[in-house]
Ligand binder design. Structure first.
Ligand code: CP3
Length: 351
């Protein structure tokens, strides 16, 4: 597997074509996913290793993507720390008792992932067996800042008033929380690697809520600690700071092999800022897949040309695929990458 396209691209090595996968690739835009989902709640699906295994494999079979990503959710970690979580139809995740004081932070449990999150580890083991080397398996977690945001807000939020109040009024309490979450994540990521994930992505979906100073001290500081503790030879790490493209230059010494890009930044500019220090993943605007197949091809080609072919680029969207995207358009995206990036092995151009 170390010689798969995806893993080689993560390590900035030459590849005969650009590998591609899609964030949220196992999801509601696939009729086969909806068929299983009609009989089970989302919670039931990620807690049942057989179901999680089955839907993880769907996009590999249906779209032919170059990597599988474990079907689960970033919020299983706060749940394992003792917070009651529900996914409400049409509204998304909700914690019934969001963190609002120090006592609640102190009351969070330490996480023994092999026990509290054994369903995740079992799904990973099943998947390695089922995939039997076809494509690598990506594990993931939420970044400490992003998880803390959900834990304090309790769910989707308009102004992120509570977490931002903590940030300015009670930084000590926020840092306490971030430390605890980081410790839980260290255990969780190590357990995923022990179980068999071959790469791991850290989703910092709310990085963009922060100012530059906050990004340094509340997001990166803890991601750095996490990465320092979980790094292993042969298991590349991807950091995806959504909304943080302005700070790309700071990420050279983070220890992540790959930085995931949202669509705010032009591929060429990202290449310049990365200056060969890390590989790049992304970054077509997910709504581009609402256009027809021909237009999807055109936009995808343009993105490919921006990144340059042949090295250090993993094609993806700039955020998760949306639930009402036509499958043909998702397939056009994948096919365009796979056919158009082939045969242009040009290692100079891409750095
Ligand atoms: O990429 C993949 O295919 C792997 C699976 C995956 C899911 N969630 C499945 C999911 C991953 C990597 C996540 C991460 C996740 N979860 C993030 C970070 C990535 C991002 O989007 O920024 C966040 C913020 C969450 C929290 C979360 N989970 C939200 C806000 C929602 C509701 C939004 C929605 O689409 O309904 C979820 C639910 C969720 N997680 C679904 C899936 C497939 C939808 C479940 C369903 O109703 O069938």
């Amino acid at each position: 597997m170390t010689d798969s396209l995806f893993i080689r691209a993560c390590y900035n090595k030459p590849t005969e074509r650009t590998p591609v996968w899609i964030m949220r690739q196992a999801g509601r835009y696939l009729p086969q996913y909806r068929a299983i989902r009609s009989g089970h709640s989302f919670t039931e699906m990620y807690k049942t290793p057989e179901l999680a295994t089955e839907v993880t494999l769907q996009p590999v079979d249906i779209l032919g993507v170059d990597a599988a990503i474990l079907f689960s959710d970033i919020l299983v970690v706060p749940e394992a720390m003792g917070m009651e979580l529900r996914f409400i139809e049409g509204r998304g995740p909700v914690f019934s008792e969001p963190l609002r004081n120090e006592l609640q932070v102190m009351g969070l449990k330490e996480v023994e992932s092999n026990e509290a999150l054994s369903f995740v580890m079992q799904a990973i083991k099943n998947l390695r067996r089922e995939l039997s080397g076809r494509v690598p398996l990506i594990g993931f977690c939420g970044a400490p800042w992003t998880l803390a945001t959900y834990m304090v807000e309790g769910g989707a939020s308009r102004h992120y008033r509570h977490i931002k109040e903590w940030r300015f009024k009670r930084p000590d309490m926020l840092e306490q929380l971030l430390s605890r979450v980081t410790d839980a994540l260290i255990d969780y990521c190590r357990a995923q690697m022990d179980a068999g994930v071959q790469a791991l992505q850290i989703f910092d979906s709310w990085a963009g809520l922060l100012d530059e100073d906050g990004f340094e001290h509340l997001a990166l500081k803890y991601v750095r600690k996490l990465i320092g503790a979980i790094r292993r030879p042969g298991v590349p790490l991807i950091y995806f700071p959504r909304g943080g493209m302005l700070w790309l230059e700071k990420l050279g010494d983070l220890g992540a092999e790959v930085i995931g890009l949202d669509w705010n930044i032009a591929p060429r500019r990202a290449r310049e800022l990365a200056a060969g220090r890390f590989a790049l993943q992304g970054n077509l605007d997910p709504t581009a897949l609402y256009a027809g197949e021909e237009q999807v091809r055109r936009h995808t080609l343009k993105m490919l040309e921006g990144f340059g072919r042949g090295r250090g680029h993993i094609a993806n969207l700039g955020h998760g695929i949306l639930p009402d995207i036509p499958v043909e358009n998702a397939r056009a995206f994948v096919e365009t990458i796979q056919s158009e990036s082939a045969g242009f092995r040009n290692t100079e151009q891409a750095v």
